[in-house]
Design a protein around this ligand. Structure first.
Ligand SMILES: C[S@@+](CC[C@H](N)C(=O)[O-])C[C@H]1O[C@@H](n2cnc3c(N)ncnc32)[C@H](O)[C@@H]1O
Length: 553
């Protein structure tokens, strides 16, 4: 990250097809500050052309040294007006062609070397205004070879090829032929798909809002950032959007009280910004301060749903496990192993459900942009808190995150399909493909229309989840080793319960312990229900066609 002599590091040269450009005079490591310049001329951004602007520009040009003036007048002008190189229109044309924004001010400026840098969509350097030193800086985003051209992006957000080409042509009047714009069609299509997806995720993350889904469904927003970062990394690791994305993740964690992850994300944002902006840039200092003590950040702890301390950062995980922890990724479901009913991707809370009025791409996919079908199956679990029937059966239910909501039965039989013996406080409803519905006369809830999509299990939600924990422990196999439900011994040759075929035992004695002392009598009775067993054995991640009750795994 050193800032050595810029004269030696870069040089201005003719670049075929682009006029002049900046070229590396030596090998330059990633993160090196290539330039740090004060403006020689500054004007208000988007200033209208009027006599006072022209007078200000003339004054500034006249006060340049001879060498500065020569360099300024040698700059490219895409606004040919007056033929005279000494006229204010020519000056203004040069400024409009070359000026770089000074982000924290409302001005833009002419910088003798930075304004010589040509554009590439896969730029190897990053431009930025550093308010602390009042200079414009250029940093190497990756290792740059001697004689390689230094490039920056003239565009704010990187879009697909067609949109980029249109923007560049419209705003700057040239056609970009960088490596990214010259990819063969199939690779270009792949890159476009990633960039479109990144942009779409950007929209979803931006829409989330500090008091919106960041609090009510934080895991979903974090998943969007996780996906975005994976796409950035596939696209090319040096995109400037990466630092922003890590900082977004740090904020999502901090807002929800998760200091451990907030620290890790903020550290990653700081390191990415350090490369692109340099150690003295306020944004790097801000990210470092955030990482140092995320609890001092003003958005910390709006919710305590994810409360952790910075000491909770795990140190004994391998790289993949650490990323899974960091991003709160649901454990991938291993085929042949029982499904975990605590997995919120498959068994979401109400706030995590898709909204009926939106196409939530987390849940649905389309091949033609018109017809959508589920990406996977999902099932909403909630406990009956209350119920009644006026015009139709209605329930108040409590979901996995403790939120209560209404469930209205808009079936042909207005809920009459549900037998009274099932309508019981403390029982758990399971609704396949549930979506959020905005009722005109009540708070948001679920409008249930299709009888085969609902099932009521005679068990409380807490007990169902506890049963799922036991199933995870005593019904799964790792390297052909199982755990005896009676004595916890781990072995390969256990016998399974002949009734439910899900729990395993060393022998009849252990089975007796399991049955009488460890609650298997009740569990086994519940597991006689093929639908409950189905919840544990269905392949939820692969959607072929809609499933319904009774489940046929
Ligand atoms: C800020 S100047 C860059 C320096 C300029 N080449 C010069 O000779 O002074 C911007 C202009 O450079 C040219 N330019 C920049 N990037 C280019 C690229 N990738 N391909 C072709 N021309 C480019 C365009 O004419 C553009 O309007």
């Amino acid at each position: 990250m050193s800032s050595s002599d810029p004269v030696k590091m870069v040089t201005i040269r003719e670049v075929p097809g682009k006029g002049k450009g900046l070229v590396a005079a030596q090998k330059i490591p990633k993160g090196t500050r290539l330039l740090s310049e004060e403006p020689i001329i500054r004007i208000p951004e988007d200033a209208p052309d009027n006599p006072s602007l022209r007078a200000s520009i003339r004054r500034q040009v006249e006060s340049l040294t001879d060498e500065q003036r020569r360099s300024f007048l040698d700059m490219h002008n895409t606004y040919p007006g007056s033929m005279s190189t000494n006229s204010p229109s020519h000056y203004l044309g040069i400024i409009r062609t070359n000026a770089l924004p000074m982000d924290d001010t409302t001005e833009c400026g002419i910088f003798l070397s930075a304004c010589r840098i040509n554009h590439a969509c896969d730029n190897n350097a990053q431009k930025g205004w550093n308010e602390a030193i009042k200079r414009h800086t250029i940093h190497a985003l990756r290792d740059i070879d001697k004689d390689e051209e230094i490039t920056i992006s003239y565009l704010g957000v990187i879009k697909n090829r067609k949109a980029r080409q249109e923007d560049i042509q419209r705003k700057f009047g040239f056609t970009c032929s960088c490596r990214l714009c010259s990819l063969p069609p199939h690779l270009s299509a792949e890159s476009d798909r990633r960039l479109d997806e990144i942009l779409k995720l950007d929209g979803l993350i931006g829409k989330a809002g500090v008091l919106g889904t960041i609090i009510t469904a934080p895991k979903r927003v974090l998943r969007h950032v996780d996906q975005q970062i994976q796409l950035y990394n596939e696209q090319g690791p040096s995109d400037a959007g990466l630092s922003r994305a890590f900082f977004d993740a740090a904020q999502i964690a901090a807002i929800n009280g998760d200091l451990a992850r907030a620290r890790v994300f903020a550290e990653r944002a700081a390191s990415a910004w350090l490369v692109a902006e340099g150690a003295d840039n306020p944004i790097v200092l801000k990210a470092k301060a955030f990482a140092q003590d995320p609890s001092t950040y003003d958005i910390y702890g709006f919710s305590t749903a994810w409360k952790t301390s910075v000491d909770d950062i795990p140190h004994d995980l391998d790289a993949t496990e650490f990323e899974d922890w960091l991003w709160r990724r649901e454990k991938r479901h291993e085929p042949g192993q029982p499904v975990d009913l605590r997995n919120r991707a498959t068994f979401p809370s109400f706030m995590e459900l898709p909204d009926e009025n939106d196409v939530d791409e987390d849940f649905f996919k389309s091949n033609d942009g018109v017809n959508y079908k589920p990406r996977r199956h999902w099932c909403f679990l909630a406990e009956i808190v209350d119920y009644g029937a006026l015009l139709r059966l209605q329930m108040t239910i409590k979901d996995v995150s403790g939120e209560t909501l209404p469930l209205f039965f808009h079936t042909d039989g207005r809920g009459g399909e549900i037998s009274p013996s099932q309508t019981h406080k403390g029982y758990t409803v399971a609704i396949l493909y549930a979506q959020q519905h905005a009722f005109a006369f009540s708070e948001p809830g679920i409008r249930h229309e299709d009888p085969p999509l609902i099932k009521i299990f005679p068990i409380s939600l807490d007990n169902l989840l506890a049963l799922s924990d036991r199933v995870q422990r005593f019904s799964s196999t790792k390297d052909q080793i199982r755990t005896c439900h009676g004595c916890d011994k781990r072995a390969t040759c256990l016998k399974n319960c002949a009734r439910c075929s899900m729990f395993w035992y060393c022998d009849a004695d252990c089975q007796k312990v399991g049955w009488l002392d460890k609650g298997h009598k009740a569990d086994c009775k519940l597991l006689q229900d093929g639908d409950l067993k189905g919840l544990f054995s269905l392949n939820w991640d692969e959607f072929q066609d809609f499933i319904k009750f009774p489940l046929r795994p």
